[in-house]
Design a protein around this ligand. Structure first.
Ligand code: FAD
Length: 544
């Protein structure tokens, strides 16, 4: 197999190469689950391909709460083994990619009559620290009322009893997914976005490949593979239907919505996990000059392709905010952005959406199709190890435990800050921009800086800083539309909306030149981005 770059400009070459290769493994789905499986398989020596029908992370993996959880929720459900495993995995995810995952102290306010008691919280967090192997510097602290209010003065003071303080890890879900796929490609896998699996090819009842359609050119391809893994998240049952093997356990969809506010309107200092009026818990997290709050958890029956906020979701979250932050008087006018995601949970009869287990399972069909059901961002590496371990053949053992993901070659998490400082300084660019680039892209900043030098003065309508990351996302991260850039490559749709408004047209003009789009194609891409912008502030059924 020739070495092909992970470039948006080489998509059709990649698809051509895929159709001419016989793979050991083909993965359906470019969310975090499929990404992890492709990386694990490629590093064990399997010839691996991955196809994604939207953009990478276009499904649930760009629509989560963006936390690498330590598994506190499992403790509540008495699943101790799970807490220990999730705790170990969290440390590995962080170590292998400190540029996309960072520790974040989380405050659990305790109120009279709330779901959390002072002693049960103290004991629960203590137990959690031990089970999850939390490092000493990150072990829980219990706080007095004064200490809680010092950390977050916006909290409701009435009936406040104190708080628990523990560490969660915050990530950028879409970038985590991309970095894992990029590493899989570095390790020899081929991966392509906007390529949909339409049907399976069989020989003697066993799957031997798939028929796919390139969603951009509408061209059809056949890809041969000895084994196919269905990592299609909310769509896994639809894939099983194509295989005629949907039976037994199934997936239940629940929707989760997050709202985003500007820090000037919701100046949250401290990440908080708080009780809601109906006994659930919701996160409020400060990030990049914004505060985001979520999530809801309701049964979903619509089209999982573009889930959106509904009026009820907005009312619920605004109600939760006003209960815990009563002095803010936040209203729907203050919402700057939002996103909604669909959880692919394994159906459990008689349980409320928030009670359904978040565990994952592997289902095998008579045709040899392996389906990954359920799962979390946090456990992606371990899940991949289990799935790939079930693929017959003489392969290396799992290699991903100590393998940095793309951008993670920074000398380990302990050296990351020093790496940022030194690399930014050596770049010769303004320290603010250079620091931001190294923090976000890790060791791949060493590709972006030369690109910025190469492109200086080339394109007058875009500043070099923006041009460098745009060109990087095209050449090295397979961005092929303005929405790929503004939503999954930079997260700007949710956290830098004004920046999107200012730059959307020049970015579309530049991409039109790079991809040779007709005027009509360019306008279609801009219209799509405009629709994304609208959908983040309007609930379903509302018109601008
Ligand atoms: P997806 O990301 O949906 O990927 C599946 C992909 O398959 C999709 O991109 C889809 O386009 C593709 N696909 C489907 N059909 C086809 C086809 N025919 N051909 C080609 N491709 C196809 N987890 C955490 O660990 N921490 C959190 O903080 C957290 N918060 C969450 C909050 C919310 C609101 C939600 C909804 C989930 C949250 N999760 C969290 C769970 C986590 O986000 C998901 O479990 C995870 O992202 C699922 O990844 P996936 O790859 O299985 O699915």
């Amino acid at each position: 197999m020739d070495v092909l770059k992970f470039s948006g400009l080489e998509r059709s070459l990649i698809l051509q190469a895929m159709s001419e290769t016989s793979f050991d493994l083909l993965v359906i789905g470019g969310g975090i689950t499929g990404a992890g499986i492709a990386l694990d398989a490629a590093t064990r020596g399997m010839k691996t391909a991955l196809v994604e029908m939207q953009d990478f992370a276009g499904g649930t993996s760009s629509r989560s709460t963006k936390l690498i959880h330590g598994g506190l929720r499992y403790l509540k459900q008495g699943e101790f083994k799970q807490v220990a495993e999730v705790g170990r995995e969290r440390a590995i995810v962080y170590e292998n990619g400190p540029h996309v995952t960072k520790s974040e102290w989380m405050l659990l306010p305790i109120y009279q009559g709330g779901t959390l008691g002072r002693w049960s919280t103290s004991f629960g967090l203590w137990l959690y620290d031990r089970l999850a192997g939390v490092k000493r510097s990150e072990r829980r602290k219990m706080l007095t009322v004064e200490e809680v209010l010092e950390k977050e003065p916006l909290l409701n003071k009435t009936a406040l009893l104190g708080g628990g303080y523990y560490v969660e890890y915050r990530t950028d879900d879409a970038r985590l997914t991309l970095e894992v796929i990029k590493e899989a490609v570095t390790q020899g896998a081929l991966a392509v976005n906007y390529t949909k699996v339409d049907s399976f090819i069989y020989s003697k009842g066993q799957i031997t490949g798939v028929r796919v359609t390139d969603q951009l050119s509408r061209q059809e391809y056949f890809i041969s593979a000895k084994k196919v893994v269905n990592a299609a998240g909310p769509w896994v049952d639809l894939i099983r239907e194509k295989d005629g093997s949907r039976g037994g356990k199934t997936i239940q969809w629940t929707k989760g919505v997050h709202l985003v506010f500007d820090q000037r309107r919701f100046p949250l200092r401290q990440a908080i996990y708080f009780d809601t009026f109906d006994g659930r818990m919701v996160f409020a997290i400060p990030r990049d000059g914004k505060t985001y709050v979520g999530t809801t958890d309701t049964i979903f029956q619509g089209d999982p392709m573009r889930p959106r906020m509904e009026k009820e979701d907005r009312v619920y979250l605004l109600g939760a905010i006003s209960g815990t932050f009563p002095g803010l008087y936040i209203t729907e006018e203050d919402i700057e952005s939002s996103w909604a995601g669909i959880r692919p949970l394994i159906a459990q009869a008689g349980k409320k959406p928030s009670e359904v287990s978040r565990r994952d399972e592997i289902w095998s069909s008579p045709s040899g199709l392996l389906t990954v059901a359920g799962g979390k961002l946090t456990g992606y590496r371990k899940m991949a190890e289990l799935v790939v371990g079930r693929i017959p053949g003489e392969w290396r053992t799992c290699q991903t435990r100590n393998l940095p993901i793309s951008g993670g070659k920074v000398g380990g998490s302990a050296s990351f800050l020093q790496y940022v400082e030194e690399t930014a300084k050596a770049s010769g660019f303004s320290s603010e921009w250079a620091n931001q680039i190294v923090r976000q892209y890790g060791s791949n900043a060493e590709v972006i800086f030369p690109l910025a030098r190469e492109l200086t003065g080339e394109e007058e309508s875009l500043p070099t800083e923006l041009l460098a990351i745009l060109e990087y996302s095209i050449r090295e991260e397979m961005a092929v539309t303005p929405a790929d850039f503004f939503v999954r490559r930079t997260g700007a749709l949710y956290f830098r909306r004004k920046w999107v408004e200012v730059w959307k047209q020049p970015v579309a003009d530049y991409m039109a030149k790079r991809f040779d789009w007709s005027l009509e194609e360019k306008e279609k891409h801009v219209a799509d981005l405009n629709q994304c912008l609208q959908e983040t502030i309007l609930a379903v059924g509302e018109v601008p």
